[in-house]
Ligand binder design. Structure first.
Ligand SMILES: Cc1ncc(CN)c(N)n1
Length: 235
């Protein structure tokens, strides 16, 4: 087991989730696509596949924030979803733009109008969570900021990026203040929701969280393998 996504002594529902499912964070961290982002060694078409799919994924993620807004019991929850959506629609685009610059295309040119199977499955899972409780929805949304921030912080600590690294802007965003704030806020709201939930709902929250962790790893695999809808037998 590598570095845990939870600090020693941290308590609460999300700390327990992070400890119990640290193997999935490790699988995320060890994936060759993420290593390629770290080493600057990805093929251009892998980068473009990722950006096109991730743009669609983040669009769906903002829609899920819209579902969260509708379910919000008070203005603090509303502010969370409102402010989060605004960061994704604004600042997070810069992370994609850094990848587009490397690939030599504009952000508009990198966008696609269809989802590959693994991205579609992840989006469907989040949208389904939005038809359950606010706690289940937030549990499905949590691995998104958590895996990226944790991996970016870990990589940056192991070896700071050179200023001329081709994916510098991408790593900078995910190791930065926006993701740090989003993760802390998401975890504290989810800890509170879990404290108020019964055992059956907490169980659904954990299942939603685990599924999203798996989807995060599969999203790397999708971009790494240039996944599309061609049947495995090639017909
Ligand atoms: C699939 C996925 N997961 C997480 C992130 C980080 N917000 C992202 N951009 N894309």
């Amino acid at each position: 087991m590598g570095v845990l996504p939870v600090a020693a002594g941290e308590t609460g529902f999300t700390a327990d989730l992070g400890r119990r499912h640290a193997d999935l964070f490790e699988a995320f961290y060890q994936h060759p696509f993420l290593k390629g982002l770290r080493e600057g060694s990805l093929a251009r078409e892998q980068v473009l596949h990722y950006v096109g799919q991730d743009h669609q994924y983040l669009t769906a993620y903002v829609r899920c924030y819209g579902l969260g807004l509708a379910l919000s019991p008070d203005r603090e929850w509303m502010r969370f979803f409102h402010d989060g959506a605004s960061v994704i629609l604004g600042a997070e685009s810069h992370a994609h733009e850094a990848l587009c610059e490397y690939a030599g295309v504009s952000y508009e040119e990198a966008q696609v109008d269809h989802l590959a199977p693994s991205a579609q499955a992840y989006v469907d899972h989040m949208m389904a969570a939005g038809r359950d409780t606010l706690g289940v929805l937030l549990a499905a949304l949590l691995p998104c900021p958590w895996t990226y921030l944790w991996a970016a912080a870990r990589f940056t600590e192991e070896a700071p990026l050179a200023a001329d690294h081709p994916f510098h802007g991408w790593w900078d965003f995910y190791a930065g203040r926006y993701e740090t704030d989003k993760l802390a806020w998401t975890r504290s709201l989810l800890d509170r929701a879990a404290a108020e939930a019964g055992p059956a709902e907490r169980e659904r929250m954990e299942r939603a969280f685990v599924a999203s962790c798996h989807h995060e790893v599969r999203f790397w695999e999708m971009a790494w393998s240039l996944e599309d809808w061609t049947p495995p037998n090639g017909s």
